[in-house]
Design a protein around this ligand. Structure first.
Ligand SMILES: [Fe+2]
Length: 412
């Protein structure tokens, strides 16, 4: 094991990515529910997200879509031009979050088999950690599968120390330490990637960005295995349990699921985990598991401080959202439950934005239709106002909407 000294500051400091994105701590407490915690007792300290890595059928076009529709900025690239023979990868940023989209170039690229099995999806939920070796030691002690032993990757921009552990399905958590021997890596992403920019120009008047941070990623796991994965995040990664929803809470007549939520110490990283529950017809989780060929990331929640503007801009670019029946907004019980929010309900109704309230505050949220051809991964847009929940009160309205789409696909 290499002796690594980190200069990573206390957990409530901004990360470099957040600083670069001009975010501040108060904003982040509001946006993603960031909390203080004592890192010194954490067996597996996690600073936050490092990157969300997608394997897609056509990375060139997906990179364009994330710029044109989602307002992201192209910052890095690797491909045949700079030594990566089998695939192309584009690095895109919005606020503090980084997406990497990878697509096969050669017919024998290992990405081909992955894409054949799963379609477009998340292959790696990569986390930034202050000490890779400490995390891997803890992961091994707790029985996790170590996919990649800690190693230094170096180029002219410096050194990054990385490792990877397995999580549900064929998803992995790369662990990325960006400060090695007191020096912060200064390249656009990882060694092997070059800085990139794009000739894409945003339309006049388009906002600087449509989302500032990533709030949570939901994992869909097999029937009966949710508690196993909750225990994995508790034991291996020291994650704490947040809200908990079981059975009837989130059932419609046809579809049911169970869900529990785990989070890292500072709550930057939150993982709701779903498993299908038995109901009259096929659960939306079953549909996902069938079309993704197993467990995987179901949705990514993108945090914004102006969901109305974000949704308007996304709609202009042709992004499609799940519909919410007008009855949802007209229901007096629902109106009483949500109380006062920052805009008139009519503003939410016209955009089909959902509201949920709990003892800490409220949140506004909306869900896209699946991003790719398969009914698998999608995005949520979320604007938090104190609530640290996940929209439990909306699950029924939401599921009924998902089921209408599922029915149109003949999968209900
Ligand atoms: Fe969510």
């Amino acid at each position: 094991m290499t002796d690594t000294t980190t200069t990573s500051a206390s957990p409530l400091d901004l990360t470099d990515a957040e600083r670069e994105a001009d975010l501040d701590l108060e904003q982040l407490k509001q946006l993603v529910g960031l909390v203080e915690y004592d890192e010194s007792t954490d067996p597996f300290p996690v600073t936050g997200w490092d990157a969300i890595v997608f394997v897609v059928g056509n990375a060139t076009q997906t990179a364009h879509y994330y710029q044109s529709a989602w307002g992201m900025e192209l910052v890095g690239y690797t491909g045949p031009e700079n030594g990566t023979r089998d695939h192309k990868a584009f690095v895109l940023k919005s606020g503090s979050i980084r997406f990497v989209v990878k697509g096969a170039v050669t017919p024998d690229s290992p990405l081909i088999a992955h894409h054949a099995a799963h379609g477009d999806g998340v292959v790696d939920i990569s986390l930034e950690v202050p000490d890779v070796d400490k995390c891997v030691e803890q992961a091994r002690r707790a029985g996790a599968t170590v996919l990649q032993e800690p190693e230094d990757l170096t180029d002219e921009h410096g050194t990054v120390r990385v490792a990877a552990i397995a999580t549900y399905g064929e998803t992995r958590h790369s662990l990325v330490q960006r400060v090695v021997d007191g020096r912060t890596y200064e390249g656009p992403y990882l060694p092997g990637y070059v800085a990139a920019s794009s000739s894409f120009v945003k339309r006049d008047g388009a906002p600087k960005r449509l989302f500032q941070a990533l709030d949570h990623i939901v994992g869909n796991v097999e029937l009966g295995r949710m508690d196993e994965w909750v225990a994995f995040y508790n034991k291996v990664m020291g994650f704490v349990n947040m809200a908990e929803f079981i059975g009837d809470d989130i059932a419609t007549d046809y579809s049911a699921l169970m869900s529990k939520v785990v989070a890292n110490g500072n709550h930057r990283v939150k993982f709701p985990l779903n498993e299908p529950a038995v109901a009259k017809k096929k659960s939306q989780i079953d549909e996902y598991l069938e079309f993704y060929s197993g467990p995987g990331a179901q949705h990514l929640a993108l945090a914004t401080n102006d969901i109305l503007r974000t949704v308007d801009e996304l709609r202009k670019e042709g992004v499609e959202f799940l519909d919410t029946p007008d009855a949802y907004y007209d229901d007096p019980e629902m109106r009483a439950r949500i109380g006062e929010v920052r805009v008139p309900i009519e503003e939410l109704k016209s955009r089909k934005i959902l509201v949920d309230r709990d003892e800490d505050g409220y949140l506004l949220q909306i869900f896209t239709k699946p991003l790719g051809d398969r009914p698998t991964v999608f995005f949520e847009i979320i604007e938090r106002h104190g609530s640290l929940g996940f929209g439990k009160g909306n699950f029924k309205a939401l599921f009924e909407s998902i089921e209408r789409e599922q029915d149109k696909r003949g999968n209900l």
